[in-house]
Design a protein around this ligand. Structure first.
Ligand code: PLP
Length: 132
């Protein structure tokens, strides 16, 4: 097995462990955070993710480890056409919980060709749970 295949297999195995753990706890998907600071949101399962906070629609900016999904691109294009404020920027898990606590978090959804637009009903981070 080449070094690259070992690395790919390693990444895949790691994602399976997290998915299994999430499933056991009643969750459908894993919310992936960045691998360096472990606080910035990247994707959810095999979907890109969007947060509507007040009137700003936020999706993580493409850092290299986030797949530039065609559905993500379509949503950004539509949002711009409809005059929705859309930001591609870093968004931390703490910012999401703070927005929730402040009553500013209005919608969370994942996007992908298979999932189309899938609403997120609940997020857990450590012992904090967010219900929409
Ligand atoms: C990791 C990951 N992120 C996001 C997406 C969504 O991409 P798209 O909108 O192009 O289907 C996919 C789709 O397979 C994916 O595997």
């Amino acid at each position: 097995m080449s070094e690259l295949s070992k690395e790919t297999a390693g990444n895949y195995a790691a994602s399976l462990i997290a998915s299994e753990k999430a499933k056991k706890e009643g969750y459908a998907q894993v919310l992936w955070l960045d691998g360096i600071e472990r606080k910035y949101i990247e994707e959810v399962g095999a979907m890109n993710i969007f947060f509507l906070m007040d009137d700003e629609l936020v999706t993580p900016n493409l850092t290299g480890s986030i797949l530039p999904g065609i559905t993500r691109y379509s949503i950004i294009s539509l949002a711009k056409k409809w005059g929705v404020t859309i930001s591609e920027r870093k968004i931390s898990i703490d910012e999401v919980f703070k927005a929730h606590e402040d009553g500013k978090l209005k919608e969370v959804f994942g996007s992908g060709t298979a999932a189309v637009v899938s609403p997120v009903g609940e997020i857990r981070y450590g012992d904090k749970v967010f219900y929409r």
